[in-house]
Design a protein around this ligand. Structure first.
Ligand SMILES: [Zn+2]
Length: 54
């Protein structure tokens, strides 16, 4: 089962990206440097516990 994971900016807390991943095969926290529109620069984005609600 793949879950939609929110990627949250560490600096402003904005959720800028989302990924899908299999929590069973990748239980570790996902962390990546991505561009934040609010900060207008690349910041560290961490997996958030919040799920994307549609
Ligand atoms: Zn930010």
């Amino acid at each position: 089962m793949r879950d939609i994971i929110a990627l949250k900016c560490e600096e402003c807390g904005e959720i800028n990206y989302s990924i899908t991943k299999n929590k069973r095969t990748h239980p570790e926290k996902f962390e990546v440097s991505k561009y934040c529109k609010r900060d207008k620069k690349h910041t560290k984005h961490k997996e958030s516990r919040d799920t994307i609600k549609n």
